[in-house]
Design a protein around this ligand. Structure first.
Ligand code: ADP
Ligand code: MG
Length: 139
């Protein structure tokens, strides 16, 4: 069993697709083992996306991520990291496969509804960025 961090970004929360997104995870063998809603400030968004600090889109991305509440979750399942990314679809919705979350709901490459960890190392960092051990459940 593997764990991964998922975020329903502020655009997804504002669009009212929290339930729709979580349904897709649950219907595809991913279990929600931790969940909370929070509103990141600019510094918290910058810390989360530190790996992208040298990219041209960093300032705009961190403005967007701190523009409203987000739902952060830990998903657990077999190959949870890859499975989550498959359900999400490609970063740019124009390249995302039919039926993926980003294909159906994203409005552009930045406002693409969801985040998912991309490796075991980033999953460990990202989960611990938002959750402590007492907030993640084994059930
Ligand atoms: P992913 O979220 O698919 O792992 P990245 O890690 O490459 O994608 O990028 C992190 C986030 O930064 C993306 O989800 C998207 O919101 C934003 N982003 C990525 N590339 C661009 C870009 N070229 N222009 C604007 N925003 C971008
Ligand atoms: Mg990424």
């Amino acid at each position: 069993m593997e764990k991964t961090l998922s975020i329903i970004k502020p655009d997804g929360v504002k669009k009212g697709v929290i339930g729709e997104v979580i349904n897709r995870f649950e219907n595809n063998g991913l279990r929600v083992v931790a969940v909370k809603m929070l509103w990141m400030d600019k510094k918290e968004a910058e810390g989360f996306y530190d790996v992208h600090k040298d990219k041209g889109f960093y300032d705009s991305l961190t403005d967007f991520m701190s523009s409203g509440p987000a739902v952060v979750m830990v998903l657990e399942g077999e190959n949870a990291i890859a499975k989550n990314r498959q359900i999400m679809g490609a970063t740019n919705p124009a390249n995302a496969e039919e039926g993926t979350i980003r294909k159906e709901f994203a409005s552009g490459i930045e406002r693409n509804i969801v985040h998912g960890s991309d490796s075991p190392e980033t999953a460990t960092f990202e989960i611990s960025y938002f959750f402590n051990a007492l907030e993640i459940f084994d059930y």
